[in-house]
Design a binder for this molecule. Structure first.
Ligand SMILES: Nc1nc2c(c(=O)[nH]1)N[C@H]1C(S)=C(S)[C@@H](COP(=O)(O)OP(=O)(O)OC[C@H]3O[C@@H](n4cnc5c(N)ncnc54)[C@H](O)[C@@H]3O)O[C@H]1N2
Ligand code: MOO
Ligand SMILES: [Mg+2]
Length: 620
């Protein structure tokens, strides 16, 4: 089902004067006729490759089903749409432009000059159309019959795909579910899942994730950020590879002491010095430049005086050294920064920017890292609609969980694929889960895990995938109905975190369970750093242990930072997680303690960035 289409007019002329764009509106009209319910967005961009690429990538990341470009597919030097498309797509669909060209050739041989491309990025199909309105109308007729099926294949919307395949073949079984919805009177009135303590849940996640088989892959260093090194990496050369000057000044022989020196030569960074330096001589050097053999120190220019130069002042002939230099003064000897054979990256190290710079400097363009599980994110709920749909449908809300979790995992160094929204229908849930499991190792879904008659995740996982539910309820707030399961799918163990639909529950449980699991898989410490903080105000305790979202500030001369909660902690209120630096580990209320008074010291997990806390914003 085609839900969202973007039409991009690529044309310098139309970019300057939108009124000249006829092809874009024509495409809009044609798309509207075929997909009347689809959300259609149009933009006009100039014939700039980088800009077109940026827009294509943006819309692919925004879950658009179809991107249709018009213009820029010809032979002129400004025609770059195919190149931009090629740079963005992951897989080509060559038959689409071929079909369009064959059809257009019936009308004009000029169709031979079209360089249009078509291809896929993630779940978006991109098709280049020619720039002329007449050609657009002809070409859209060619592709119309396949657009919907193509989008369904990409959306992995197995319901529609199975239906189409069923029409083409007889009797292949449509994915159904063993879960029966109708007998609502038989619903659970008490959760059948024991309530686990947090530590039990953490131990289960740690133990089960040990089933992840550790694998190693080599990745380009610019794709290794946040990954874990799989083996030690050693320096193949000493750094610096030559004795290098630390200052701008003059390379000298230290035993010459103070006095006049003949300026024998100049060595700037990148130069290779010629003959060795003799006593009474010096060589002008820049920071980073190799010092000539014979020299054993550098005197900074501030400690010298010019004695003699050529009349045109282009050459220094003699300088006076005013301060007696020490041997090796301001010289970085060979290997001073990194000695030959030094360990640049330890096995198990988390790769950060500095490490990537060190690897680059040492001539490593790839690095072996521990393979990270592929993560898929799926939202569930009849009440959900796509964020880009302008108008809210009655009793609907926009899905905020998917993009939030994708970004949250990215914040912690993990990529993920977006598997869209599944409705609370057993067969559709089963199909969506099947589609997601086919593409991932860890599935994170949100919604439908509590006590509602349409909370189907647990039953569908257990009945349709034979999943082992390791836990289905945890004594925590937020996140009580969190579910962790594993199943065997297409011969591989799949790990499934079915988290509550409430955005804050999904946020907290992704941090505490999903990030933990991912760190386990790369054998990296699974715990977040813990610190002790003081409460800025009284905090009422919930009966369950609570992970309260807070920001910190660091009063002068105070031993502990002060934590301010981000307002009402209700698990539907995502604002309570916005800008959170820490999750406070608050105990459950007891008979004797229902409120933690101001200045109480509690432990906090450092799950966010600390440097932009603005507690002054949260004065209650
Ligand atoms: N009778 C009981 N009711 C509930 C219990 C209980 O123990 N007994 N548990 C409550 C707790 S605690 C939680 S947490 C929620 C979790 O419910 P579900 O996991 O079944 O989540 P849903 O019902 O699907 O949705 C909950 C809430 O979140 C909204 N939602 C769902 N998905 C999204 C999304 N992708 N983006 C934004 N918002 C989303 C949804 O509209 C609901 O408002 O159950 C309590 N109930
Ligand atoms: O467990 Mo829920 O996330 O508190 O509402
Ligand atoms: Mg529910």
């Amino acid at each position: 089902m085609v839900k969202a289409v973007v039409i991009i007019t690529v044309s310098d002329t139309c970019f300057k004067n939108h009124a000249k764009d006829e092809s874009g509106p024509a495409l809009v009209q044609l798309v509207k006729e075929q997909f009347p319910d689809a959300y259609i967005h149009t933009i006009i961009v100039p014939d700039e490759k980088e800009l077109i690429e940026r827009e294509l990538k943006y819309f692919c990341e925004s879950n658009i089903d179809l991107i249709l470009t018009t213009g820029g597919t010809g032979l002129s030097s400004r025609d770059v749409t195919p190149e931009a498309t090629k740079a963005v797509i992951q897989r080509e669909v060559p038959a689409i432009p071929i079909a369009m060209t064959l059809e257009s050739l019936k009308k004009t041989p000029m169709a031979m000059l079209s360089r249009a491309m078509a291809g896929i990025r993630d779940r978006t199909l991109i098709i280049n159309f020619p720039g002329s309105k007449k050609a657009v109308v002809e070409c859209i007729e060619v592709v119309k019959p396949v657009l919907s099926h193509a989008v369904s294949l990409l959306a992995n919307d197995l319901v529609e795909v199975r239906a189409v395949h069923d029409q083409m073949q007889s009797g292949c079984p449509h994915k159904t579910s063993r879960v029966v919805l109708s007998k609502v009177a038989l619903r659970h009135r008490e959760s059948p899942y024991p309530m686990l303590e947090m530590t039990e849940a953490f131990n289960i996640v740690d133990a089960v994730m040990m089933h992840w088989t550790e694998r190693v892959e080599e990745v380009p260093i610019d794709q290794s950020m946040g990954k874990v090194g799989a083996q030690p990496i050693l320096a193949k050369e000493p750094m610096p590879p030559f004795p290098a000057s630390v200052k701008d000044g003059y390379a000298c022989l230290s035993w010459d002491g103070v006095g006049i020196r003949k300026v024998r030569s100049a060595v700037t960074a990148g130069d290779t010095p010629a003959a060795p330096l003799a006593s009474g001589e010096c060589a002008r050097v820049n920071t980073g430049a190799p010092i000539p053999t014979g020299a054993d120190c550098v005197v900074q220019v501030e400690d010298t005086k010019l004695v003699k130069a050529t009349d045109d002042a282009e050459t220094e002939l003699e300088v006076e050294i005013l301060v007696a230099p020490q041997p090796h003064q301001d010289v970085r000897p060979i290997g001073f920064d990194i000695s030959l054979g030094a360990v640049l990256l330890e096995k198990g190290d988390l790769i950060d920017a500095a490490k990537i710079g060190i690897l680059a400097g040492a001539g490593y363009l790839k690095v072996p890292v521990r393979v990270c599980p592929k993560v898929a994110i799926l939202s569930t709920g009849n009440e959900l609609q796509e964020p880009f749909e302008k108008t809210l449908r009655p009793s609907h809300i926009r899905d905020s969980n998917r993009i939030m979790l994708k970004m949250l995992l990215r914040e912690h160094g993990y990529d993920s694929i977006d598997c869209g929204i599944a409705r609370d229908e057993p067969a559709e849930l089963a199909s969506a889960i099947a589609g997601a499991l086919a593409k991932c190792d860890i599935l994170v879904c949100t919604g439908g895990v509590s006590m509602g008659e349409r909370d189907l995740l647990k039953p569908v996982l257990a009945n349709d995938f034979g999943a082992t539910i390791h836990f289905g309820r945890v004594r925590m707030k937020p996140g009580k109905p969190s579910t962790f399961a594993t199943c065997d799918y297409e011969g591989r163990t799949k790990f499934i975190f079915a988290l509550p639909g409430n955005p804050v529950s999904a946020y907290v449980c992704s941090l505490l369970f999903v990030v933990r699991a991912l760190r386990q898989c790369t054998r990296y410490t699974s715990e977040f750093a813990r610190m002790r903080v003081r409460l800025a105000r009284d905090v009422k305790l919930d009966p369950r242990p609570e992970y309260a979202r807070a920001v910190l500030h660091f009063p002068e001369n105070e031993e502990l930072p002060v934590a301010t909660l981000l307002g009402n902690q209700c698990s539907s209120r995502l604002l309570s997680a916005s800008g959170a630096s820490v999750l406070l580990e608050l105990p459950g209320a007891s008979e004797t303690c229902k409120v933690l008074p101001t200045n109480s010291v509690v432990s906090a997990l450092v799950t966010g960035r600390i440097d932009f806390s603005r507690p002054e914003l949260y004065v209650m």
